[in-house]
Design a protein around this ligand. Structure first.
Ligand SMILES: Nc1ncnc2c1ncn2[C@@H]1O[C@H](COP(=O)(O)OP(=O)(O)OP(=O)(O)O)[C@@H](O)[C@H]1O
Ligand SMILES: [Mg+2]
Length: 361
């Protein structure tokens, strides 16, 4: 089955083709990157940079401009035409309503014209399943850490489609904390990856910030106080390049430590040793190393997507959609989006085939 994936939930237009038959020896969606035939991402960062954040209406309009050319480009790279597609998957939520509508409307229209099924994909399920596209994928049950610009969640994955929230951030997401901290130290938007690069030049221990909410039981997070601590340290410093790198390192170490402590607790609580990490902050080198070491120490492992599939992309949507289409999930032709959508409300894969089921309410 060749599935086109469309991602337009925020400020990235992502398109990909996932081919389940390209995975050797299987009629089903299976492990490995072999099935990813092509993927392309167009980032709107430059468009929003002068505003210091995403402007929803500009995001929607840019998706309108970029989506069809990107679909054509991706199909060409996959050596296919639209008539080769067997299904279309699109992000239906959570995300910005106008941006989601562009992807949903295009996907539904394309599926209708091609007479193939379309499936609404939950953006965070897409992130969560992205590591399963890599070689030697983990099998459920496992614990997932979703760390992105809008979410920081620990999820017990009992099976694909059966998700139980173990803990989440009470305020800023980890990626948001990276971006806001970078901004207050004068790094250009979006600063998260730049702050991480700067931290590489900093000295560990020169600045030590709190590991929020690790001094009490529980699996929730809070990152907004950390940002304020950094602001005070920065304001009271000599503001040299050296100091900026040291503070960046202190901040990154605090976030990485906090995430690692909570992940270990979540693995204990779930009684398992396999951790899946996804979302943009999952691209962070120090976080990857720290979580790998923590899991290896307990005889398990940490699984990540390759860094380019940590941030928003169409591949994760094509893959998650292919899983659901292969399981028989079918929805009616309505263009439905869900800007707010609880992942725990998703149907488990085995229970998906009922017509009209599975999409957002
Ligand atoms: N190397 C890195 N280190 C730390 N943070 C990073 C790194 N690379 C990307 N990020 C952060 O990841 C976030 C973007 O990730 P992603 O695209 O998954 O989030 P999003 O789609 O905006 O949010 P959500 O998926 O929750 O809706 C940004 O906040 C960015 O700063
Ligand atoms: Mg995302």
């Amino acid at each position: 089955m060749r599935v086109l994936g469309i991602e337009t939930s925020c400020d990235e237009t992502g398109v990909a083709v996932y081919d389940t038959a390209a995975v050797p020896g299987t009629g089903q969606v299976a492990a490995g990157a072999g099935g990813l035939r092509a993927h392309a991402v167009y980032s709107q960062i430059a468009l929003h940079a002068e505003y210091g954040g995403v402007v929803p209406e500009l995001a929607s309009r840019d998706h309108v401009r970029k989506l069809l050319p990107l679909i054509r480009q991706t199909l060409a790279e996959a050596g296919m035409t639209a008539s080769d597609l067997d299904g279309v998957a699109y992000t239906a939520g959570p995300g910005l309503a106008g941006a989601l509508l562009v992807g949903a409307g295009t996907a539904r229209a394309l599926a209708w014209a091609l007479d193939v099924p379309a499936v609404a994909v939950h953006h965070m399920e897409g992130h969560l399943l992205a590591p399963l596209m890599e070689d030697d994928p983990p099998q459920a049950p496992f614990v997932a850490l979703l760390v992105s610009g809008g979410h920081t969640q620990l999820v017990a994955v009992e099976a694909i489609g059966r998700y139980r929230l173990l803990g989440e951030t009470l305020d800023d997401a980890a990626g948001e904390a990276f971006d806001k901290t970078a901004k207050l130290m004068g790094l250009p938007y979006p600063g998260g990856p730049q702050l991480a690069a700067l931290a590489e030049q900093g000295t560990a221990g020169a600045y030590r910030f709190a590991r929020p909410m690790t001094d009490r039981p529980g699996l929730d997070f809070s990152f907004s106080g950390l940002k304020t601590q950094v602001l005070l340290a920065w304001q009271q410093s000599d503001r040299s390049a050296r100091t900026r790198a040291d503070i960046a390192r202190g901040f990154e170490d605090a976030v990485v430590d906090t995430l690692a402590i909570k992940c270990e607790r979540a693995l204990d609580a779930a009684g398992c040793d396999v951790l899946v990490v996804a979302g943009g902050v999952g691209a962070n080198t120090r976080l990857r190393a720290r979580l790998q070491a923590m899991c290896a120490q307990r005889g398990g492992r940490a699984c990540f997507p390759r860094p380019s599939l940590c941030t928003d992309n169409g591949a994760m949507i094509a893959f998650a959609g292919a899983l659901r289409l292969e399981a028989g999930q079918r929805e009616d032709a309505q263009v439905k989006i869900a800007p707010r959508w609880d992942m725990a409300a998703l149907p488990p894969l085995a229970a998906a085939p009922r017509a009209g089921a599975g999409g957002p309410e």
